[in-house]
Design a protein around this ligand. Structure first.
Ligand code: BYC
Length: 333
C-alpha cells in the first residue's frame, strides 16, 4: 500500500506538471483581470471564462435577431413614410448588432452554425422580452423607449467588459441603441402631444403591457442569479442585475412624467433615504415561464427563425460556391 501510494508514474507526473502550469496560467490571467487588461482572442483563458462568454454573447446575438421580429411586424403598417424609414433602419441595425456579436463569439472558437443550431433546437436562450406581442403602433414607440432604454442601461457597462472583441462590438452597438431609444421616445411624445384621446390611451395601454417585462430583461434578482458572482469577478459583467434594474427605474420615472403617462406600479415611490425609487415586486413566475419557453410568442418566434434559416439555405450555398470559385481563380492566377 505504502509503496503504491509513493510511486508516481510518468502519467501522474505529467498531470502534476500540467496542474502547476495551469495554476500559473490561471494566476497570470487573474492578475490581468485585476489590472483591468483586455483579454484578446488568442490569449490563454480558463475554459469556464470562455464558456461564459460564448453563452452570454451568443444569447445576446440571438436576442438581437429575434428582436427584429416584433418590430418587423409593423414595418408595413407604420403610419407615415418617415416612421417606416426609421423603423426599417432600426430593424436593420438590430440585424447588424447580431452580426457583430456572432463574430465576437466566433473569436472564442464556436462557429456561427453551432450557435444558431443551439438557438433553433431550444438549447440557447434569447431575451425574454421578445416573447411578447406588438399589438398596436404604440408598442413600437414603447419598445424604443423602454426595451432599448433597458438594453442601453445593461450594455453601456459591457463596453468595459474584460473580453476585448465583445467590449469593442458593444461600443458601436450602444451608439445605435441610443438613437433607437430616442426615436421611440420622440414617437411617443408626438402621440401624447398631438394625438387624439384614443391614441393617448393606446400609448398608456402599451406602457402598461411592456413595463414589467422590461424590468425582467435585467435577469433574476442577484440572490437568484447563478452566473453573476463569477461574471462580476471576471469583469464580464460590471454591474449586477439588480443594480442595473434600479438605475433603469430611476432614469425612466422622470421620462414617464414628462410624457404624461403613469407606470403600472402602485408601489413606485421616491425614497429619499435611499436616493432611489422603490418599486413593486416582479412576478418571477412569469419571468421563468417565459424564459422556459412558455411565453405568449415563444413558439412563433422560434418557428420564424427556423424557417428563415431553412429558406436561406440557397443563399448560403450560393455564397460558398462563389467563394470557392474566387479562391480557385486566385490560385490559378
Ligand atoms: N431573458 O445568472 P443570470 C436588446 C437567463 S437585446 C432570458 O443572471 P447572466 C435589443 C440567463 O441567461 C437584449 N433569459 O445570467 C435587441 C441564465 O441562463 P443560462 C439582450 C435570461 O448571464 C433588439 C439564467 O437566466 N441583452 O437589447 O449572468 C431590439 C440566470 O441568469 C434573462 C443581452 O443579452 C432574460 N431577460 O445575466 C431592442 C445583454 N435574464 O444562460 C433591444 C448581455 C437572465 O445560465 N447579457 N436569463 O442558461 C447580459 O447582460 C446577461 O447575460 C443577463 C443575464 C443580464 C441578460
Amino acid at each position: 500500500m505504502y509503496t503504491q501510494a509513493m510511486s508516481v508514474g510518468p502519467q501522474d507526473q505529467a498531470a502534476k506538471l500540467q496542474t502547476a502550469e495551469e495554476q500559473q496560467r490561471n494566476q497570470a490571467f487573474e492578475a490581468r483581470i485585476d489590472a483591468g487588461d483586455f483579454i484578446e482572442a488568442k490569449d490563454w483563458m480558463p475554459d469556464h471564462y470562455r464558456k461564459t462568454l460564448v453563452r452570454q454573447i451568443s444569447q445576446h446575438a440571438h436576442s438581437e435577431i429575434v428582436g427584429m421580429l416584433p418590430e418587423g411586424n409593423w414595418i408595413t403598417r407604420a403610419p407615415t413614410l418617415k416612421r417606416k424609414a426609421i423603423l426599417l433602419a432600426k430593424v436593420q441595425d438590430e440585424g447588424g448588432h447580431g452580426l457583430y456579436l456572432y463574430s465576437a463569439a466566433e473569436t472564442l472558437g464556436t462557429s456561427r452554425d453551432q450557435m444558431l443550431d443551439a438557438l433553433h433546437t431550444g438549447r440557447a436562450k434569447y431575451s425574454s422580452i421578445f416573447n411578447y406581442p406588438t399589438l398596436t403602433w404604440a408598442d413600437i414607440g414603447v419598445i424604443g423607449w423602454l426595451v432599448d432604454g433597458a438594453a442601453i442601461m445593461n450594455q453601456v457597462p459591457l463596453c468595459r467588459c474584460s473580453y476585448g472583441p465583445y467590449a469593442r462590438a458593444m461600443i458601436r452597438i450602444c451608439r445605435e441603441e441610443s438613437f433607437h431609444q430616442r426615436q421611440g421616445y420622440e414617437s411617443l411624445l408626438t402621440m401624447m402631444r398631438d394625438g387624439t384621446d384614443a391614441q393617448k390611451a393606446m400609448v398608456q395601454d402599451a406602457v402598461n403591457r411592456w413595463w414589467w417585462p422590461s424590468l425582467m430583461m435585467f435577469g433574476p434578482a442577484d440572490k437568484d442569479s447563478p452566473n453573476s458572482e463569477q461574471s462580476m469577478r471576471w469583469g464580464i459583467k460590471r454591474l449586477t442585475n439588480d443594480e442595473l434594474r434600479q438605475k433603469f427605474v430611476d432614469a425612466t420615472v422622470p421620462q414617464a412624467e414628462l410624457l404624461g403617462i403613469t407606470l403600472p406600479d402602485p408601489d413606485l415611490a421616491w425614497n429619499s433615504e435611499r436616493d432611489h425609487y422603490d418599486f413593486g415586486a416582479i412576478d418571477w413566475n412569469e419571468f421563468w415561464r417565459v424564459v422556459g419557453g412558455n411565453g405568449p410568442c415563444n413558439t412563433d418566434r422560434l418557428q420564424t427563425r427556423v424557417k428563415a434559416w431553412d429558406d436561406g439555405a440557397w443563399v448560403r450555398e450560393a455564397a460558398l460556391a462563389h467563394a470557392r470559385k474566387r479562391a480557385t481563380q486566385a490560385q490559378a492566377a
